[in-house]
Design a protein around this ligand. Structure first.
Ligand code: HEM
Length: 263
């Protein structure tokens, strides 16, 4: 730890040295200052002060995820078990492996299963990436659930975090929907019957049940139209919505005073 801190200090010093070599005309220009925000080591007259160190964090979208000050217990692995972070990591992994799968998959009844078979048997790393995607999806459902259990155990659903708990419930629902819509895509017997059961259950929901079932199926039976609907929901609509809710979720963790702690 002490060594890595030292390393980062020498890196900062190295950057500062580089910054002094930039022509002062350029450093003082409006263009330059519009790119490098206050507190940046590349701004003219930069000094290594606590204020500038805070600015570096506050002005960076990436660093914003890690606040300037953190409560001691919040960085203990044993407190959060990093389950929220793990859920997010799995989501990123699923996005990357999912993009790979999209290059080899066509969502039609005629092509879907043969594409999956070709992917597994003839494409380099195809089987590995498909399994990473499938296992990643199972693990994400488990980690989101365990994260929710951890939050409940610590009573973090209480004020001022009730709103974030509700956002969390929506995230859990979206995670389950992503898992369910992905299930149909291989177009095998398992997928076909799972979706038949799932959409039949939706059909028995009160008031709008039959309408929801019709919209999900794109007709009255599981067909190539259903496959297209589930595909668009799986690769576009649901990921788009979950990213928005994740952004709100992370933002609220910070705004609610960071991770909850012992009273
Ligand atoms: C896609 C799913 C989710 C992701 C990626 C996610 C991510 C995170 C992360 C990174 C944190 C910071 C602390 C930690 O790692 O524990 C957090 C905190 C929190 N999450 Fe989630 N979360 C998800 C789902 C949920 C669910 C299902 C709930 C509850 C129903 C929930 C409720 C909360 C609450 C209340 C906090 C604040 C906890 C505290 O202050 O101790 N989240 N979440």
């Amino acid at each position: 730890m002490a060594k890595s801190l030292q390393d980062s200090q020498t890196l900062a010093e190295k950057l500062q040295d580089k910054a002094t070599q930039i022509p002062s005309d350029l450093q003082g220009s409006q263009f330059w200052n519009s790119v490098f925000r206050p507190g940046s080591v590349f701004r003219a007259g930069y000094t290594d002060s606590p204020r500038n160190r805070s600015y570096v964090i506050m002005n960076s979208v990436l660093y914003h995820l890690h606040p300037v000050k953190v409560k001691r217990h919040a960085v203990k692995l044993s407190y959060t078990l990093c389950l929220g972070g793990l859920s997010f990591f799995l989501f990123i992994l699923l996005t990357i492996t999912g993009i790979f799968l999209m290059f080899f998959y066509r969502p039609t009844a005629a092509a879907a299963w043969t594409d999956i078979e070709t992917l597994q048997t003839q494409i380099a790393f195809g089987l590995l990436i498909r399994n990473m995607h499938r296992w990643g999806a199972h693990l994400m459902v488990i980690s989101v659930f365990l994260h929710m259990a951890r939050v409940f155990y610590h009573g973090a659903y209480k004020a001022p975090r009730e709103f974030n708990w509700v956002i969390g419930v929506i995230l859990l629902l979206l995670t389950l929907l992503l898992s369910f819509t992905g299930y149909l895509l291989p177009w095998d017997q398992l997928a076909l019957w799972a979706v038949t059961v799932g959409t039949n259950m939706a059909g028995f929901a009160p008031v709008l049940g039959p309408q929801v079932k019709f919209v999900l199926l794109g007709g009255s039976v599981v067909s190539t139209e259903t496959l297209l609907r589930f595909y668009v929901l799986h690769v576009l609509f649901l990921p788009f919505v979950i990213v928005i809710f994740m952004a709100i979720h992370f933002w609220r963790v910070r705004k609610d005073g960071g991770i909850s702690g012992p009273l």
